[in-house]
Design a protein around this ligand. Structure first.
Ligand code: F1X
Length: 425
């Protein structure tokens, strides 16, 4: 049986009761137009209220960042060669990039037909002359994935033009996926979306079945999230889903989206504007995955897929892909236009580890730092669904993090631990 009937029945009952509520006009009159949150508050702070600690760097000897820059990043670049039939020019460029990392000085991409060239020249300017270990780790990773596209000719008319260098990995990730069950309610859908984040092709490539087993939640705000969403549902609010990986993660994100839609919310999904971090989802990956669901052999899964197709067609789901989401910028340097748009949301649901790092600038915050100490700049309430795959986590009391470290020395990077953290503004 794919879905807990009882859970589904309760969820449907909730939807029916919801439909009996006063019409939208009355709700909007009471709470104002658009997507006011119940609190009606909108964070207007546009800069970080505190001085951040230094960023993680590959030069931090013995760190996960160091191992990533020295070992994992060159291997990721070389995997592009093995998984694509590149032109001789592209092959040479990919090999040269792999050789650059980590000791060569970084440089801006120079694929002159690329639409984001000026952005990357500005991003790189402060770091020119530094090598891949000396620049902030988050910059190094985002820059590497952008340089891979320069090497394969992603933005250049020719054999590599808009060819996703990770297409094989993405296809295998979906082919490997099989449903255990469908989440019966919002809480189960949130948990499934969280653990879907363990499927991370930059760490555990498809076909290698290395995804972590045990799963433990470090910080669990599920009750607060469900209560907050229930309140949002009463206002027909907008919820933004900042996507991460394709495959298992995107399937579970779409199941969560289905639950939110069935409760009357409408969604804006933020995909990446170009391939990055191997498995991050583009708009086309979302469309392909919804189509895959709609053709699924299980009737309940196909029904979800068809419901999502209808929502894409009638605008209850909007797909967007701002250049910011592949930039190296911290959350507090988000462009004003995107910030203004996100401020219209009732809740930002941020998926995955790299997005988590971005909200905190990938800095060495002490793990006991309260979320609100940093996130007060975020323009709407924020829900962080993330499995820990890098050495940054906030909002965990010292005695808790010490106990977890005793239990699992790799708790910050193994993907076996996750957080469901709500910052409600
Ligand atoms: O955002 P995701 O897909 O959850 O995680 C991506 C990611 O795990 O890859 C890196 C390893 O290179 C991590 O540090 C980084 O955060």
């Amino acid at each position: 049986m794919l879905i807990s009937t009882w859970g589904y029945a309760l969820d449907l009952l909730f939807s029916v009761l919801l439909a009996a509520l006063p019409p939208k006009e009355q709700k909007k009159k009471f709470f104002g137009g658009g997507c006011a949150t119940p609190a009606g508050r909108r964070n207007i702070m546009t800069h970080l209220p505190v001085t951040p600690p230094p960023p993680l760097r590959g030069a931090d000897i013995g760190s996960f960042a160091h191992d990533t820059v020295v070992r994992r990043m060159p291997a990721t670049v070389r995997r592009v060669l093995h998984e694509n039939s590149l032109s001789p020019e592209a092959t040479q460029a990919v090999l040269a990039l792999a050789e650059e990392i980590p000791h060569a000085p970084i440089r801006a991409p120079h694929d002159h037909s690329a639409p984001d060239l000026a952005l990357w020249e500005a991003y790189c300017a402060p770091y020119l002359g530094q090598n891949w270990l000396e620049v902030p780790w988050f910059f190094a990773e985002t820059a590497m994935y952008r340089r891979i596209l320069e090497a394969t000719g992603y933005f250049k008319p020719g054999s590599g033009f808009y060819v996703d260098p990770y297409a094989l990995q993405k296809r295998l990730a979906l082919e490997e996926f099989s449903f255990a069950s469908l989440p019966g309610d919002l809480a189960a859908a949130l948990a499934a979306s969280l653990w879907g984040n363990q499927a991370d092709l930059s760490l555990w490539p498809a076909g290698e079945n290395a995804t972590p087993g045990a799963t433990h939640i470090l910080a669990d705000d599920t009750p607060q999230v469900v209560a907050y969403l229930t309140e949002l549902i009463r206002h027909d609010a907008r919820v933004d889903l900042i996507l991460d990986n394709v495959g298992s993660e995107l399937v579970h994100d779409l199941l969560l989206a289905d639950h939110l839609l069935r409760h009357g919310l409408h969604l804006v999904m933020h995909a990446k504007p170009h391939p990055t971090f191997v498995s991050d989802a583009l708009v086309v990956d979302v469309q392909n995955t919804v189509g895959w669901l709609s053709q699924h052999q299980h009737a309940q899964v196909a029904a979800v897929g068809n419901h999502l197709l209808a929502a894409l067609a009638d605008g209850r789901i909007e797909l967007r892909d701002d250049w910011y989401w592949t930039s190296p910028l911290p959350g507090w340097e988000m462009p004003a236009a995107l910030r203004a748009d996100l401020s219209q949301s009732g809740l930002l649901i941020s998926k995955g580890d790299a997005n988590y790092r971005r909200w905190f600038g990938d800095c060495h915050w002490p793990t006991h730092t309260p979320l609100q100490h940093v996130l007060s700049y975020v323009p709407a309430p924020l829900l962080l669904l993330r499995t820990c795959k890098s050495e940054i986590v906030l909002g965990i009391e010292p005695e808790h993090s010490h106990a977890v470290a005793q239990q699992d020395a790799e708790w910050m990077t193994s993907g076996r631990w996750g957080v469901i953290q709500l910052w409600a503004g």
